[in-house]
Design a protein around this ligand. Structure first.
Ligand SMILES: [Zn+2]
Length: 301
């Protein structure tokens, strides 16, 4: 199937041109990050075959534009040992663990890029219908994964594929177990199910303790104080879907990531990766800063 040109595509092409002409990414860096450089993290979900070439072109452009980071750069941010050169570092991440992430992970590894895959362990090896059925068996209404792409059959990666990605040098991390909105759950049992069980099963699957957890849906409204407390107790680095650069000594330890889609026109995706939409997330960044200390270390850049 060929990519379609829709009204949204045209709107994004126009927005990309406006961001480029007004130098929005540079202005956002000065205005919101005191001109600092740091770690930009992109979040992908599905990479459908018709957008695979778009995805590859975007990553090729990223390799030419940024210094590519690995999952260990997040450890360095938390240790206060993060370094950055003349350009931002860029980390590729994927949420949910969709089956079509496997080939993409192999392609990235061949290019020397190591990503972090935040998987839903209960989705692995299951179709969306089987995933929903599994959770119904535990009296839980799970989120219908892939509901935005009903024309495509959706399923999770196999567990063997996840271990292969680990062996290729990628990091496997955790995501909400039934992909329910943590912001709407307050019972200890529900949080243990969504958070604790996911961390335990990811740790068991990859054979090392899981230390990284991405919040499902990614917004500040998608967590509660109780959920954050449990994640801290479990020693997790916590990743949101709030746009911005992660900068030592400055931005919060609750981590910023930029949602991006291979279905977007390349010119728009590039402007987003450069920080062209960072001005849209000021309120959410302020909330994360209120909830957490700044990342340790010296301000860089
Ligand atoms: Zn998700």
């Amino acid at each position: 199937m060929r990519p379609r040109t829709t009204f949204n595509t045209l709107k994004r092409l126009a927005a990309a041109e406006a961001m480029r002409l007004t130098r929005r990414p540079e202005r956002n860096r000065r205005r919101f990050f005191a001109g600092q450089r740091g770690l930009r993290m992109l979040v992908f979900h599905q990479v459908f075959p018709e957008y695979r070439r778009h995805f590859e072109q975007l990553i090729e452009w990223c390799q030419a534009t940024f210094d590519m980071a690995g999952p260990h750069d997040v450890d360095a941010l938390h240790d206060g040992t993060f370094t950055v050169g003349k350009r931002d570092k860029l980390l590729v991440t994927f949420d949910d663990g969709f089956a079509n992430n496997f080939d993409v992970g192999c392609w990235l590894a061949r290019r020397g890029i190591h990503a972090t895959f935040f998987v839903i362990p209960s989705y692995l090896g299951r179709t969306t219908a089987e995933f929903l059925e599994f959770h119904r068996g535990q009296s839980v209404d799970a989120f219908p994964m892939g509901h935005r792409a009903p024309h495509q059959p959706c399923r999770g990666m196999t567990r063997d594929h996840v271990r292969e990605l680990r062996d290729l040098g990628h990091r496997i991390a955790a995501h909400n177990y039934a992909h329910r909105d943590l912001g709407r759950l307050d019972g200890g049992d529900d949080l243990a199910y969504e958070i604790g069980r996911s961390i335990d099963e990811v740790s068991e699957l990859v054979g090392t303790p899981c230390r990284d957890f991405a919040i499902g849906f990614g917004g500040t409204e998608h967590v509660t104080a109780a959920a954050l407390e449990l994640l801290h107790q479990r020693g997790q680095r916590i990743y949101f879907g709030v746009r911005g650069i992660n900068a030592s000594g400055s931005t919060p330890t609750l981590l910023l990531r930029d949602m991006i889609s291979p279905s977007w026109p390349l010119s728009f995706a590039r402007q987003v990766a450069l920080g062209g939409l960072d001005d849209r997330a000021c309120g959410d960044r302020a909330q994360l800063a209120e909830w957490s200390e700044p990342l340790p270390g010296q301000q860089l850049g």
